[in-house]
Design a protein around this ligand. Sequence first.
Ligand code: NDP
Length: 363
Amino acid sequence: MSGWQDSNLRPPRPKRGAITGLRYTPKTGANIKLFILTTNTNFYINFETMSLEKIKTLIIGSGPAGYTAAIYASRADLKPVLYTGMEPGGQLTTTTDVDNFPGYPNGIDGPKMMEELKAQAERFGTDVRIGEATKVKFSKNGNDLHEITIDHDKVLQAETVIISTGASAKYLGLESEQRLIGGGVSACAVCDGFFYKGQEVAIVGGGDTAAEEATYLSNICSKVTMLVRKGEMRASKAMQHRVNSKANIDLRYNTEVVEVLGDNVVEGLKIVNNKTQEIEDINITGFFVAIGHKPNTDLFQGQLDMDETGYIKTNGKTTKTNIPGVFASGDVQDKEYRQAVTAAGTGCMAALDAERYLASRAD
Ligand code: NDP
């Protein structure tokens, strides 16, 4: 930003208080100039040379899919820029031991694994930036650049976009649950379990996440009541075995939550046995929700083809979306496997698909 020092270079004086001009040429990335006259003086300011940044490969999201796409894209000289989103590292930063990622015979801590993936992507030149994509305008025919707004104000243009925005925790949707988020209701035992050390807590869900988190909480809390709505758990046999081996986990099948009790903090739960309709109040101070995830695709609604639950549709065995040059990898397009290693695999595929797309455009 600069004021005019040399009167010979000044444009004609506009009226007091007026914005005199705005030149904006997004397709070429040329300058944006804004002439302003303040109300009190005839002084005007030039906001100059704010070029739109052009990127070959933009990666949105920083879980295993995003970082793996970044590793492959940077090694292929696609000069990727990766925006981390609001939860840098993604879902694995909320987990403890990852025991099933190949190459770690003794397991690895989730956040540590994400730090290492980031370092590996940066080693090959990925530009990792903190920020969130808040708006997208994809070019339908692939002839123009895709426009992505970061943090509501910075607009980027990208030849290819790899979407790796993952999925977020689901909640039951009870009014009392929503009101007490942050007051004892949490969707992340690993993040918040510590606050309930030595106390009695409950967790809802019957999948691997609930089983894993119940086990984690049982090591910190005096008692964990685990509420499963069916007569069986969906979790793997190995995870169920872990739950069953913990003396302080009180496993309740056919049980649902009616209400989270407490005005400002969680004081208990009203639960119902859906077979007998018997209602019971239990005293707890922490309530953990572990009932699955929702894909983070709201930003792309109306622009990308999605299934009925909001997962991005990809073409056959590729990561191609319905928009040329836009690819999707990881949990955002996979409701079936949802593993760190499968997310990483599709991240690799997305980078290869982007590379081939760019090569075909250059031909
Ligand atoms: P899942 O979708 O597998 O399980 C969700 C659970 O929540 C189910 O038991 C479901 O019940 C229950 N549920 C859903 N809605 C409600 C509701 N409104 N009220 C009560 N209960 C409800 O999600 P997860 O997050 O557990 O797992 C996702 C994926 O990640 C899976 O593929 C899993 O294997 C994987 N994973 C792997 C881990 C590992 O290997 N270390 C750790 C964690 C997850 P119902 O069965 O009745 O539908």
